[in-house]
Design a protein around this ligand. Structure first.
Ligand SMILES: [Zn+2]
Length: 48
């Protein structure tokens, strides 16, 4: 997936921490967190 800009550790979808904060089925955003330093890498909105 990429390299964490904070701790420079290589991370991919198998090691990354994904937190889902959903208010419902439609509104669900995912927060990607580095497993090494807990740096928040970004957000993505699932529009289904
Ligand atoms: Zn990191």
């Amino acid at each position: 997936m990429g390299i964490c800009p904070y701790c420079k550790q290589y991370i991919d979808l198998n090691t990354i921490v994904i937190e889902k904060k959903g208010k419902g089925i439609v509104d669900q955003d995912r927060i990607y967190i580095c497993p090494c330093c807990d740096y928040v890498l970004g957000f993505s909105y699932a529009m289904r």
